[in-house]
Design a protein. Structure first.
Length: 587
């Protein structure tokens, strides 16, 4: 239910023919710019806080600008960005260098997971030089766990990074190494990437027209590419390329973990493995929630995640389909809802078949008429803005972000089952959703999550890096306080403190000890208590996806550290310790 800010979106385009070719064939030299606009619009879900593009003109002569950049902030950033760019273009004369008419383009969509705002944090970032090959534009979808270490390393080289933000640090790191290797981006990446700990997809280009897109060796972040005789395209999501380029899925390739796609100054494409890792952990949240869901494989997986929840849902309603209504909230959970309904219909069909074997004539019609009941019980009021600053008044306003559909269930008779993608902090459920749904007076309210319990923070690009924000963690703390489990949070705190002098790769996840005394059901029950407002009188139950089921369905995306604490990089446990220490210090 909670909107998670998460990984940004990237787009890259490289033309492989002279600009005159596109002007003649498509009656416009801005063919690539138009495609870039579409690629970014098709990925707007990945960044609604800002957008930026950069362009290199290979036709620019000495005395003319060869690299251009434009950035905008806000939810309407894409449209404002391209409106500004198109106003700068002198499209009638493409034979010399003009703003944003070129052969090489980068596009970026920003979502902040650090709370930092401002135009200076919108990509692409530029590192200028009088030499084309050493002028670098960089954008990325990433979060690193060891930015401080890289900053210290750059200082040891007598560099002077102008800011401490992760993007600037990487820009200076890669840019300085690019200088060292005389503009050879492949050599620069081979030196830099082993020092980067975290999830990333980085796209860059030099003023000489050399371009690259590189992916972290654990495969945490995603990137896809397509090439034909006219252009090379890179994007964060495969369906964006499919739609914009009007190509079949099999013609699109994935950049493999630890691999870099290189495009030479002549437009030649090659892929090269920079780092090999035995532990590959692509982010499973990409499948559950982050992507728009139009990808073929992700769509089928989300339906299967919904279907897999059917046995648990039936148990929660005591198999009473006749007196149960099913719905979803928010819209991103609709595909999982469809899968859940398909599974419920299969269950009901089997039940009908068995009943028909021994049914009397007068019962046949009644058996056939049984249906799984679905309703649209909640509609988001998109016009409502929670602008009131006083806490009590703001919480009251938040409770009205969604409207309920009165008459969609029978009061005190029907169970109401609502599926969501995930339950992270639980605040929106407590302040808004459960209060709202309770106005329908269901006999029982069942909240279903297509994701398992989120027990651990993420440090690779999702805005849930504070362990104290997680409702599953708070539930486990409450259980520890209220039961004789003989577990002291101070013991865990001291163990984490003792690890501060231990090498990152030798650190142990001691936070896991907090969950060990309790079953998944006990934690789910406590979560239900914590997110149910006092004034709600109907029973509330929370049903979570099983971790083993998620692994089976999303078998290629095994990154599940937020559920299991199995961080793929050495910096993950270090950041987990820091998060717990800070939380307990604050307490």
């Amino acid at each position: 239910m909670e909107q998670l800010k998460h990984e940004c979106g990237v787009a890259l385009i490289r033309l492989r023919k002279p600009l005159e070719y596109y002007a003649e064939k498509y009656s416009s030299p801005s063919r690539a710019l138009n495609k870039l606009y579409l690629l970014m619009q098709k990925q707007h879900n990945r960044g609604q806080e800002g957008a930026g593009i950069a362009c290199v003109s290979l036709k620019a002569k000495p005395g003319e600008e060869f690299m251009f950049r434009e950035r905008k902030e806000g939810k309407n950033a894409i449209n404002e960005l391209f409106t500004s760019v198109w106003e700068q273009i002198a499209a009638e004369d493409y034979t010399s260098a003009f703003s944003f008419i070129g052969e090489c383009y980068l596009g970026h969509l920003r979502y902040s997971t650090t709370g930092r705002a401002g135009l200076t944090y919108v990509h692409p970032h530029l590192r200028r030089s009088n030499y084309r090959k050493n002028t670098l534009a960089l954008c990325g979808n990433f979060n690193l766990t060891n930015v401080d270490e890289i900053f210290t390393y750059l200082k040891s080289l007598e560099q002077h990074p102008r800011r401490t933000s992760d993007t600037i640090i990487l820009l200076e790191h890669l840019g300085g190494t690019l200088d060292k290797y005389a503009g050879d981006s492949q050599a620069a990446l081979r030196e830099c990437m082993p020092l980067w700990d975290g999830g990333f997809v980085m796209c860059g280009m030099t003023g000489a027209g050399e371009m690259f897109a590189t992916r972290d060796p654990w495969g945490i972040r995603t990137a896809f590419w397509y090439a034909d005789e006219e252009m090379v395209v890179v994007a964060s999501e495969r369906p964006a390329i499919q739609t914009v380029m009007n190509v079949e899925i099999d013609s699109i390739k994935e950049i493999n973990p630890g691999e870099s796609l290189f495009i030479s100054t002549a437009g030649e494409v090659s892929c090269s493995t920079i780092i090999s890792k035995t532990k590959i952990a692509p982010c499973s949240f990409e499948r559950i929630y982050f992507s728009r869901g139009s990808d073929r494989d992700i769509y089928l997986e989300r339906k299967e995640l919904g279907r897999a929840l059917v046995p648990q849902v039936l148990k929660a309603i005591d198999n009473d389909l006749e007196n149960s209504v099913f719905s979803f909230i928010p819209n991103t959970s609709e595909v999982a809802f469809l899968g859940m309904i398909e599974g419920l219909n299969d269950y009901l069909d089997n039940k009908k078949c068995k009943a028909l074997e021994t049914a009397d004539k007068e019962d046949i019609q009644k058996i056939i008429a049984q249906r799984v009941r679905t309703e649209k019980v909640a509609v988001k009021d998109v016009k409502l803005r929670t602008f009131i600053s006083e806490r009590g008044e703001r919480n009251e306003l938040v409770s009205h972000v969604y409207d309920i559909t009165y008459g969609s269930i029978r009061p005190e008779v029907d169970n109401l089952v609502v599926i969501d993608d995930s339950i992270v902090r639980g605040t929106t459920f407590r302040q808004s959703i459960i209060k709202m749904l309770a106005r329908l007076h269901p006999r029982k309210l069942v909240i279903v999550s297509s994701a398992p319990q989120i027990r651990y923070p993420d440090f690779y690009g999702i805005d849930m890096s504070d362990i104290g924000d997680l409702i599953a963690f708070r539930a486990a703390l409450e259980l520890c306080r209220n039961t004789a489990c003989h577990l002291s949070t101070d013991e865990i705190y001291q163990k984490c403190l003792a690890q501060q002098s231990v090498p990152d790769e030798d650190m142990v996840n001691y936070v896991a000890e907090l969950y060990q005394p309790f079953t998944d059901e006990e934690i789910s029950q406590k979560i239900a208590e914590l997110i149910t407002p006092e004034e709600v009188t109907c029973p509330v139950e929370i049903v979570f996806q099983q971790r083993e089921t998620l692994t089976r369905i999303c078998s290629k995306n095994t990154g599940d550290w937020y559920f299991t604490g199995n961080y793929p990089t050495k910096g993950g446990i270090k950041r987990l310790n820091e998060s717990l220490i800070q939380f307990l210090k604050d307490k």
